[in-house]
Design a protein around this ligand. Structure first.
Ligand code: OFO
Length: 171
């Protein structure tokens, strides 16, 4: 059984995962309209992953005798100023989520909920990988700069980075 405090914190995390999924979906749709089909494919896959993270939490909360709550959908941005900006936002967002996960781990320790603490270790590892992936992509974008040929290759190759990463963390 999860305590009220842990249940509330897990429900908050459900909200963050859901909003990550929506945010990346908005980015994917925008990228698709810009002709960046590889970037769009990558972001659609990221959006799906975040939904999977949310579902994993939903099922866990209910299994432990709590009640997982489905958060409302917030309106997402329609436009993004550049592809660099998109991935800067992805990194910023992932750093935020990592901090939230750390806070959640801390609550579990204070509440002596070692089962949930153990369950959350998957998310801790996942966040390290997601932050590293976003940094790697930003490094590539820095190298490319305004080079159109470089951007063409980046767009072509990005989905394979995503596929290569699909085995990460047992997803
Ligand atoms: Fe849910 O993994 Fe990032 O945010």
């Amino acid at each position: 059984m999860v305590s009220n405090k842990v249940e509330t914190a897990l429900n908050k995390q459900i909200e963050f995962e859901a909003s990550s999924s929506q945010y990346y979906l908005a980015m994917a749709s925008w990228a698709e309209t810009q002709g960046l089909t590889g970037v769009a494919e990558f972001l659609y896959a990221q959006s799906d992953e975040e939904r999977m993270h949310m579902l994993k939490l939903v099922k866990y909360v209910n299994e432990r005798g709590g009640h997982a709550l489905v958060p409302a959908l917030k309106e997402q941005p329609k436009k993004f100023k550049s592809i660099q900006y998109v991935f800067e936002e992805v990194l910023k967002h992932e750093v935020f989520v990592s901090n939230e996960i750390n806070g959640l781990v801390d609550i579990c320790l204070k509440e002596k909920d070692y089962t949930t603490h153990n369950f959350l270790q998957w998310y801790v590892a996942e966040q390290i990988e997601e932050e590293a992936l976003a940094r790697k992509i930003l490094d590539k974008l820095k190298l490319i700069g305004d080079d159109k040929g470089g951007m063409y290759l980046f767009d072509r190759d990005l989905p394979s980075i995503s596929i290569a990463g699909a085995g990460r963390g047992g997803k």
